[in-house]
Design a protein around this ligand. Sequence first.
Ligand code: ADP
Ligand code: MG
Length: 238
Amino acid sequence: MASVGLTNVRKSYGALQVVHDISLSVDDGEFIALVGPSGCGKSTLLRMIAGLEDISDGEVTIGGTVVNAMTPRERNIAMVFQSYALYPHMTVGENMGFNLKLAGVTKPDIATRVGEAARMLALEDLLDRKPSQLSGGQRQRVAMGRAIVRDPAVFLFDEPLSNLDAKLRVQMRTEIKALHQKVGTTSIYVTHDQIEAMTLADRIVVLNAGRIEQVGTPMELYRTPANLFVAGFIGSPA
Ligand code: ADP
Ligand code: MG
C-alpha cells in the first residue's frame, strides 16, 4: 500500500494541453473516484500515474518516492481496464499467475497467491476453465484477480465495469467495495457513473477539461457542490 501524490502535473499532445496543472494527495489505503465527462483527461491522468504515458511537466510520487523516471513495473501498480484482455489459450489460474511467472516468482508461491486471490474473488471452482467458458462478470473478476496476485501498492481502475450489463455492474460494484475493505489497497477508480463513484469512494475528484473542479467526500460534493458543473455531474439539487 502507498500514498499517491500529484504535483502540478501536466500533459500536452503537441499543442493540445489535455491535463492542466493537477495537484492531488491520495492517502494510503484511500479509495478515490475520478469522474468527469468523456475526453476530460481521466485516462491520461491514470496512465501517467501508471507510467504508461510520459508526464509533460510536474511530479508523481508513490509512497513518497518520485516515480517520474520509473517503468510501470517498478512503480508496483496494477491497472484494471474495461477491456480485460485475458489470454484465451490459458486457464483462469494460468491467466492469474502469468505476471508472477514473468516476474520470476516460484511455482509454489504462484499457486499460493493465485489460490488466495481466487478465494477472495470466489473463483476457486473456475481455475481450470478457459476464458471462453466464463460469463462477463467472471472474466472481469479474473482480470481483478490477475491484478491482486501481484499485491500492488496501488490499484488503478479505468471504467472497469462499463462493458457489463446493469445488474452485473451493481454486483461487481459490491464486490469491489468488499475487496477494498478486505485488502485496503490504495485505489484510484475512473468512472462516468456517479452512483458507482458515490458508493465506492472515500473522496471523489471531479475533472473537467483537464482541470479539477472539486475534491471531496461524496456527501460534501452532494451537499456543497463548488459550482453548477459539479452539481450537474453529481446530481445534487443546487
Ligand atoms: P477520458 O479518459 O476522460 O475520456 P482521455 O484522457 O482519454 O479522456 O483524453 C483526454 C484528451 O486527450 C482527449 O481530448 C483526447 O482526444 C486526447 N488524447 C488522448 N490520448 C491522445 C493521444 N495519444 N494523442 C493525442 N491526443 C490524445
Ligand atoms: Mg478514458
